[in-house]
Design a protein. Structure first.
Length: 186
């Protein structure tokens, strides 16, 4: 796809673009997006799976066999299973999180949406998400698809990444800025 390099780049971008094109051709964008989201959630929940994906100690065959078994039991589509096996065979499984992000960005663009990553200290309520989505839609001028992440280390506030822009209103950043300003006063 011409122009995709502005959204995704590098090896992960090439894989994301290839998967996107194939899923679109087969009319399976939603199914593949769901499979990728489930795999990303599985990675977050399982340190063993993350180690399998990231560690160079495991051979491509070991990774492929383990993924085939795991993903078949998880009920993932054959297209997604074959894609993950391809990443394992090509020793590129370690970029899978970037592939997922790239795929999400391509799907969002296809749907006329903007993709935003929001990090908060605590899980946001549905009302807070709806208000945030409305505010971001006003800023972006398009529908916004939000992916949330909880990071207690930011203490409070939000960190919002919308395209190439980042808005950091976290309490942690504000405290660090205050600490830096106080050091200069001395």
């Amino acid at each position: 796809m011409a122009g995709d390099d502005s959204i995704v780049s590098g090896a992960a971008g090439r894989y994301a673009t290839a998967l996107f094109d194939l899923a679109k051709e087969e009319g399976a964008l939603d199914a593949v997006a769901g499979d990728l989201n489930r795999f990303d959630a599985m990675l977050t929940e399982s340190k063993d799976l993350e180690r399998l994906v990231r560690s160079p100690v495991f051979s491509a065959d070991d990774q492929g066999r383990a993924l085939t078994s795991l993903l078949s039991k998880a009920g993932m589509s054959p297209l997604a299973v074959n894609f993950f096996k391809l990443l394992a065979t090509n020793r590129r499984l370690f970029v899978v999180r970037d592939v997922v992000k790239g795929f999400r960005a391509l799907v969002a663009r296809e749907r006329g949406e903007v993709f935003a990553e929001v990090t908060s200290a605590h899980a946001l309520t549905d009302q807070q998400l709806n208000e945030l989505k409305a505010a971001l839609k006003t800023t972006a001028g398009r529908d916004v698809r939000i992916e949330t992440r909880v990071d207690p280390t930011i203490l409070g506030g939000l960190v919002v990444k919308l395209g190439s822009r980042m808005i950091d209103s976290s309490l942690k950043t504000k405290l660090n800025n205050l600490k830096f300003a106080m050091k200069e006063v001395r």
